[in-house]
Design a protein around this ligand. Sequence first.
Ligand SMILES: *Cc1c(COP(=O)(O)O)cnc(C)c1O
Length: 355
Amino acid sequence: MSRFLGKAAAALAPYVPGEQPQDMQYIKLNTNENPYPPSPSVQALLREYSAVRLRLYPDPECAVLRDAMAHAHGLEPEQVFVGGGSDEVLGFAFMAFFDKGDRVYFPDITYGFYSVYAQLCGLEAVCVPLCEDFTVAPEDYSQKDGHIVIANPNAPTGIALTPAQVEEILQSNPDKLVILDEAYVDFSAGKTCVPLLKRYRNLLVVQTYSKSRALAGMRIGCALGDRALIADLNRIKYAFNPYNLDHISLAVGVASTKDHIYLRETTDKIVKTREKTRKILTGLDFAVLPSEANFLFARHTARRGKDLYLALKQRGILVRHFAQERISDFVRITVGTDADMEILRQTLEELGGTK
Ligand SMILES: *Cc1c(COP(=O)(O)O)cnc(C)c1O
């Protein structure tokens, strides 16, 4: 900490990302990356990409990518905002829609970034406890005196609300903004709330290309919503970083967006592996939450979460452990390939059930 660090920055508790070991020798099941490569059309594009284009600034309006996304979702391009990962999109949304001192409601167990952004923007974060079974109760979000942020499916639990339950929240808060973070929605058949945008102007849906589209290394995210909301997000972007997506990200984003078939094939494979792995874990004395994402949140009946995380790490498998009340005995396991999961199974069997 230098003597120049501002008071507000000094008071921040920044987000702690999952480990990203650069030596690549782990089976990496800790940050919900996709085990499969990006679409073959993305790979072809990058093989042929000419660096000459990089001399020029990219299109600040990101028109080609917004058009492609709008087409894929049945929306107008004016209903699409793109950012450098959904983290940036969420950050812009917090800056655009929430004023210092505003209340913002989100679950006590959810994506860690929401509380960081709330702090950064000087908001009053109100954590709403999840139910005993780790579900979000829509009635807990009825008629709030602040805005609402919900990850759906939630992280790290993987449990999703149905669009009907989300609609209940939207209806009971007509004058509040509901931000729905759909980072994992492609793994939860039929759970996207994008169709609700037709009827609710207080809904902003945020999605990412990092998980289901295997582009975590590229940084592409988007917000979908009413034109006025999208225009507001652009105000912030043009006040902060107008060229927020580079040439390559724009081109890669378009190629990935257009390949619906590959997205479907790879997410289907991951969902199948998830369900197989859920059974295996249950057979190995884990209690596993009903995940609709590309990870499983599981608690061993006899082993502490931290010990399990460390024992797996020692044996070359990285999973995520959260030292947080209520969930400290869980580990979050990203769904890898069938081969990854087989090694996980063997390793867990070797570890046995007791300390
Ligand atoms: C991974 C994740 C994000 C961030 O994704 P990026 O697009 O890579 O920034 C946002 N929200 C949730 C719930 C996530 O799990």
